[in-house]
Design a protein around this ligand. Structure first.
Ligand code: ADP
Ligand code: MG
Length: 290
């Protein structure tokens, strides 16, 4: 592209809320076959609210929430914010926690009042064969709610369900990509049922769920294996390797610094719909002038 055309496209892209950090990759965007979207914080608002708390026998709802919230004070995860907001609304006094540790892609843990408390994912519960109220869990996750479990000294205390909201713009984006002949794919660390529910709202047919952070970039490679050109859109620390692996890495502007710094293009308005502008501008800028 001539310097003049590039300058014009830079102005246009800035107007459309795009920060282009890597022009070569932006140029590649006109050849995209697929866009992989992270779920939480990208296709959804990433703003969780607690909807249900189920206590295991001999425990109370308050105990489930109090222990979880105490441990979540150490986390920046959107789930942590939702749990802490609920504990605050109920004016719970939180016990002191020491020795926090995060369990990547699973949750986190700490020492509370002489006990060891963990807040963990369904996958972790399954792998450690802890028994839970399966009916309640199935009902909540089939409704698209993310469920986390409070565990103390290896025993289940209860589960907390949290709801996030699907972004309206995400649905339009998926449809418009389809019109342009581009596949949409969802990639998430969240539970299969929740992922399927969100995907059905957005009419996304390809879904990879319960993907551990380390496996996200491998999943991108799998999609690239047949020669497909792939963009990845994400917001989290755990999305950074996948953003780097993709042919075009796109970060949500309000996302974590690590994601923004790894990306080729940043969506300054944090609107997934701006992915369409990338495609259109890239096609208009580079297709005309060969
Ligand atoms: P995503 O791909 O949707 O951004 P993550 O990899 O961040 O998902 O998290 C995957 C799963 O791990 C979550 O759905 C949740 O079950 C669990 N998890 C991660 N962080 C936390 C946390 N701070 N508290 C509780 N659970 C967590
Ligand atoms: Mg995310």
């Amino acid at each position: 592209a001539s310097p003049l055309v590039v300058a014009v496209s830079t102005t246009l892209s800035a107007k459309r809320g795009l920060l282009i950090r890597n022009r070569t990759q932006f140029e590649e965007a006109r050849h995209l076959d697929a866009v992989i979207f992270d779920k939480t914080g990208t296709l959804t608002k990433g703003d969780f609210g607690v909807t249900d708390i189920e206590a295991a026998s001999a425990h109370t709802e308050e105990e489930v929430l109090r222990l979880a919230a105490a441990v979540e004070t150490a986390s920046q995860h959107p789930l942590a914010r939702g749990i802490l907001r609920e504990a605050e609304a109920r004016k719970l006094t939180l016990p002191e926690v020491v020795d926090f540790a995060s369990i990547t892609g699973v949750g986190l843990e700490g020492q509370v009042e002489g006990g060891h408390v963990q807040v963990v994912s369904p996958r972790y519960i399954r792998e450690h064969e802890l028994s839970i109220d399966e009916m309640a869990f199935d009902r909540l996750s089939a409704a698209g709610k993310t469920v986390v479990f409070t565990v103390r000294d290896g025993d289940l205390v209860g589960m907390i369900a949290l709801a996030d909201m699907v972004r309206d713009e995400a649905k339009e984006t998926v449809r418009a990509l389809k019109d342009r002949g581009v596949r949409s794919i969802m990639l998430t660390g969240d539970n299969r049922k929740v992922a399927d529910w969100v995907a059905s709202q957005l009419h996304i047919e390809e879904v990879y769920a319960e993907v551990l952070p380390d496996d996200k970039s491998r999943q991108v490679q799998t999609v690239q294996a047949d020669g497909s050109k792939v963009a990845m859109v994400g917001d989290g620390i755990n999305d950074a390797p996948a953003l780097a692996q993709a042919d075009v890495g796109i970060a949500i502007g309000s996302g974590t610094d690590v994601a923004v710094e790894t990306a080729d293009i940043v969506l300054v308005r944090s609107n997934p719909k701006d992915v369409l502008s990338i495609l259109d501008l890239s096609r208009n800028t580079y297709n005309k002038m060969i």
